[in-house]
Ligand binder design. Structure first.
Ligand SMILES: O=C(CO)COP(=O)(O)O
Length: 138
């Protein structure tokens, strides 16, 4: 699975702690991140992460492009809902593309817990699950 990790500044430590807690699971997947988030996570965990530009410089858009190319399977984005971001339109565009392409997206720690446990349990193979559901329906 290709997993993108993103955190706004006030949420970065929370994401580092989260990735550290689930390092074993994350280490089995291809990780991507916006610039600063990726650098901090790699420094703390030693995990290999492909880094894009920093968010305000286009990193969210680069991850969005990967989604549009069907190259992302999950987005974990610890957003800061209490601080205005200069690149808010980019953030909105990224979230929109997750919905356009039906990509699992967690925008807070609680949702991320559920996604990562689902990933571990094999629930994230959503395309197969959807095919089965269609078969059951008729
Ligand atoms: O701003 C961000 C997401 O919108 C995150 O960017 P950085 O990881 O470069 O701080």
């Amino acid at each position: 699975m290709n997993i993108a990790l993103i955190a706004h500044d006030k949420k970065k430590q929370d994401l580092i702690d989260f990735v550290t807690a689930y390092k074993e699971i994350f280490s089995e997947h291809n990780l991507f991140a916006t610039g600063t988030t990726g650098k901090l996570i790699t420094n703390d965990t030693g995990l290999t992460i492909e880094r894009f530009q920093s968010g305000p410089l286009g990193g969210d858009q680069q991850i969005g492009a990967r989604i549009a190319n069907d190259e992302m399977d999950m987005i974990i984005f610890f957003r800061d809902p209490l601080t205005a971001q200069p690149h808010e339109p980019d953030v909105t565009a990224l979230l929109r593309l997750c919905d356009v392409y039906k990509i699992p997206l967690a925008t807070n720690e609680a949702s991320a817990e559920i996604l990562i446990r689902g990933l571990e349990s094999g629930w994230l193979d959503w395309r197969t699950i959807k095919e089965k559901r269609v078969r059951y329906d008729g």
